[in-house]
Write a protein that binds this ligand. Structure first.
Ligand code: NAD
Ligand code: TYD
Length: 351
C-alpha cells in the first residue's frame, strides 16, 4: 500500500523544501500539499515538481473544518507534516488575531480530523508538528535551549506556536494520538519571503536601499540552512519516537549586525562593488517591540539519537542563498511588486 502524507503550508518557505524533498525521495508516497496560498504561499516555489505523479496540490484553509474534513475523507492519510502557519513576528505584533486563528485554531482542526479519521487505530500513523525555538523565550549571553527548557513565549507569534505545541501534546496524552514535535532555530535559504531579515537585506542591498537593522543590531539568532531543516524533518518523520520532541539548530549564532556585515561583503563581491560599499546602506532603526535578545539551540538529542548534522557552513550557505536570489530575479520581482510595497511602507516608514 502506498503511504499518503499530508503536508500543510507546502507552498511557503520551509514547506516547499519539505514537499520537494519528499516528492523526489519517496516516489512510493503520495504527497498532498494543503495550503491556503496566503501572501506567504507561492506555487512558483514548487514549479519544478508540480507535475510529479506522486504530488497533488489542494488549495484550502486549515481553519476551515469542512475543507480539512474533505481532505481526510477523500484521501487515506497516514501521516501529517504540519507547517502551515502565520510566521512573521512583526506581523504578529500588528495583527495577532491572524496568528491565533491559523496557528492555534488551524492546528486543532487538523488534530481533530486526524483523531476522528484514525479512530484509535494508530498503527503506521503520525502527526508531525513543526514548531520553533521561539517558544522557549529569550536567552541572556549564556546557555542553550534544550528539549527540557520551560516554555516562555514573548511575542504573539511565539505564544501562538507555544499554544499549538501544548495542544499537540495534549492530544497525545489524552487521546493517544501519535505525535512528534520539532522546534527549530531561524532558517535561511532560497524561497525565503523578503519580509524576513536575510532576504529583505539581500533585496535592499541589491537595489541600493537602506538595510533596516533593529535597535543596535545586538540580537543573536542561530541560523540553519533550510535544506538542513528539511533533512531533519525527513529523519524525524521516519525515525522519531512518537510523543517526543526534537530541537533542531545550526550551532551557528550570529549577532544581527555581524551577519549583515558578512552579507554585505558577499554582496560586494557578487555585484562587483568596491569592498565596504554595501555596508554604507546599514541603517539602525527603531527596535521591534519585545525583541527577544538571543535564541540558541542545543540539538544534541537529534544528533545523538537520530544521527542528524547540519551539512553547510554559514558562509557557504549564505553565498548559495545570495546566488539563488540574484539568479531568481523574477521570483523576487513578482513578490516585491505586489502588496509587499504597502506592507514595507507600513512596517518601516516610522522606524
Ligand atoms: P511561511 O510564512 O513562509 O509559509 C507558511 C505557509 O503556510 C504559506 O504557504 C501559507 O500560504 C500557508 N498558510 C498560512 N496560513 C494558512 C492557513 N490558514 N491554511 C493553510 N495554509 C496556510 O512560513 P515558514 O517560514 O516556511 O514556516 C513554516 C513552519 O515552520 C511554520 O509553522 C513556522 O512556525 C515554522 N518555523 C519557521 C522557522 C523559520 O525560520 N522560518 C523556524 C522554525 C520553525
Ligand atoms: P526575522 O527574520 O524576522 O526572524 P525572527 O524574528 O523570527 O528571529 O528577524 C531576524 C532578526 O533580525 C531579529 O532579531 C529581528 C532582526 N530584524 C532586523 O534587524 N531588521 C529587519 O528589518 C527585520 C525583518 C528583522
Amino acid at each position: 500500500m502506498r503511504k499518503t502524507i499530508l503536508i500543510t503550508g507546502g507552498a511557503g518557505f520551509i514547506g516547499s523544501h519539505v514537499v520537494r524533498r519528499f516528492v523526489k525521495n519517496y516516489p512510493e508516497y503520495n504527497i498532498l500539499n494543503l495550503d491556503a496560498l496566503t501572501y506567504a504561499g507561492n506555487l512558483e516555489n514548487l514549479i519544478d515538481i508540480e507535475k510529479s505523479l506522486n504530488y497533488k496540490f489542494i488549495k484550502g484553509d486549515i481553519t476551515d473544518e469542512v475543507v480539512v474534513e474533505k481532505v481526510f475523507n477523500d484521501f487515506p492519510i497516514d501521516g501529517v507534516i504540519h507547517l502551515a502557519a502565520e510566521s512573521h513576528v512583526d506581523r504578529s505584533i500588528s495583527d495577532p488575531m491572524a496568528f491565533i486563528k491559523t496557528n492555534i485554531l488551524g492546528t486543532v482542526v487538523l488534530l481533530n480530523a486526524a483523531k476522528q479519521h484514525w479512530k484509535g487505530n494508530f498503527e503506521g500513523k503520525l502527526f508531525y508538528h513543526i514548531s520553533t525555538d521561539e517558544v522557549y523565550g529569550s536567552l541572556g549571553d549564556e546557555g542553550l535551549f534544550t528539549e527540557e527548557t520551560a516554555y516562555d513565549p514573548r511575542s504573539p507569534y511565539s505564544a501562538s506556536k507555544a499554544s499549538s505545541d501544548h495542544l499537540v501534546r495534549a492530544y497525545h496524552h489524552t487521546y493517544g494520538l501519535p505525535v512528534v514535535i520539532s522546534n527549530c532555530s531561524n532558517n535561511y535559504g532560497p524561497n525565503h519571503f523578503p519580509e524576513k531579515f536575510i532576504p529583505l537585506a539581500i533585496n535592499n542591498i541589491k537595489n541600493g536601499k537602506p538595510i533596516p537593522v533593529y535597535g543596535k543590531g545586538e540580537n543573536v539568532r542561530d541560523w540553519l540552512y533550510v535544506e538542513d531543516h528539511a533533512a531533519a524533518i525527513d529523519l524525524i518523520f521516519h525515525k522519531g519516537e512518537p510523543g517526543d520532541t526534537y530541537n533542531i539548530g545550526g550551532n551557528n549564532e550570529w549577532k544581527n549586525i555581524d551577519l549583515i556585515k558578512l552579507l554585505c561583503t558577499i554582496m560586494d563581491t557578487k555585484l562587483n562593488r568596491a569592498t565596504g560599499e554595501s555596508e554604507k546602506l546599514i541603517t539602525y532603526v527603531k527596535d521591534r517591540a519585545g525583541h527577544d535578545l538571543r535564541y540558541a539551540i542545543d540539538s544534541t538529542k537529534l544528533q545523538k539519537e537520530l544521527g542528524w548534522t547540519p551539512s553547510l557552513q554559514f558562509e557557504e550557505g549564505l553565498t548559495k542563498t545570495v546566488d539563488w536570489y540574484l539568479s531568481n530575479q523574477k521570483w523576487l520581482d513578482d513578490i516585491v511588486s505586489g502588496n509587499y510595497q504597502q506592507y514595507y511602507n507600513e512596517q518601516y516608514q516610522n522606524r
